[in-house]
Design a protein around this ligand. Structure first.
Ligand SMILES: Nc1ncnc2c1ncn2[C@@H]1O[C@H](COP(=O)(O)OP(=O)(O)OP(=O)(O)O)[C@@H](O)[C@H]1O
Ligand SMILES: [Mg+2]
Length: 232
């Protein structure tokens, strides 16, 4: 489902060159559940943006759903995202002038699906927000906005869900509910999950945990994960 090889990303600033990702390799099979951990600033969000085609690598290749992103036009990348990927952004990216329900319905409407409003409401119900369907993002709490963003990422039943700290703003009970929702999709539809998380419980539910450090990924076992968590 995901194949990254020799991926590098540098940012050129006025007086310095920052290397965020360096010779990074990642392979994720269809239906696999992978957690990515790493300290703040280690490049987790950058990695997700590159593998969803929202940013370009400085070097290396990106293949998602059997398609190479190299050489694709922005429209082709948008098309690939719309058809195959659900993305939960760290900063939500909800559209402020649309209600919760309209935000969730958007991917369906863009895809030309009928019944989008009804499906959007059903998905909001799954994240526990049917009572907030007509609220605008500014009228929602941070955790509620996060759940709208999750509903929007899941509503078109993508094969791959890429989520940046999906439980980061949620209390334990609500976080558990979202975790259940993600893993139910994996079990029932074979949805591949790539989750950036600081949540030990979420990582422990995955098939493997990869730690991002010095620009590349290394698999860590649960004991090492517990040490990372307790020191962060
Ligand atoms: N557009 C940019 N220009 C310059 N530097 C950038 C840019 N985007 C990200 N960086 C740098 O790349 C590094 C990695 O950022 P990134 O957002 O990927 O980290 P992260 O692991 O997601 O951190 P966090 O856990 O805090 O979300 C940071 O040091 C950041 O300053
Ligand atoms: Mg980040």
């Amino acid at each position: 489902m995901i194949e990254l090889s020799n991926l590098s990303r540098h940012y050129s600033m006025a007086d310095t060159d920052v290397t965020v990702l360096q010779q990074l390799n990642l392979s994720v099979e269809a239906t696999e559940r992978v957690a990515i951990v790493g300290p703040s600033g280690s490049g987790k969000t950058t990695l997700l943006l590159i593998l969803t085609g929202l940013e370009s690598p400085s070097d290396g290749t990106v293949k998602v759903a059997q398609q190479s992103l190299t050489g694709m036009s922005p429209d082709q990348r948008a098309d690939l995202r719309r058809k195959h990927i659900g993305i939960v952004f760290q900063s939500f990216h909800l559209i402020p002038t649309l209600t919760a329900r309209e935000n969730v319905a958007l991917p369906l409407e863009i895809g030309g699906q009928r019944n989008s409003r009804k499906q959007a409401l059903a998905m909001l119900d799954k994240v526990g927000l049917s009572a907030r369907a007509s609220h605008y993002p500014a009228q929602l709490s941070g955790g509620e906005q996060q759940r709208v963003a999750i509903a929007r990422a899941l509503v078109h039943e993508p094969e791959l869900i890429v989520a940046d700290e999906p439980t980061g703003n949620l209390d334990e009970h609500t976080g558990d509910r979202i975790m259940q929702l993600l893993f139910d999709l994996n079990r029932d539809h074979g949805t591949t999950l790539l989750l950036v998380t600081h949540d030990h419980k979420l990582a422990a539910h995955c098939d493997k945990t990869l730690q991002l450090g010095n620009g590349s990924l290394h698999e860590i076992d649960s004991a090492a994960l517990a040490r990372v968590q307790s020191s962060s």
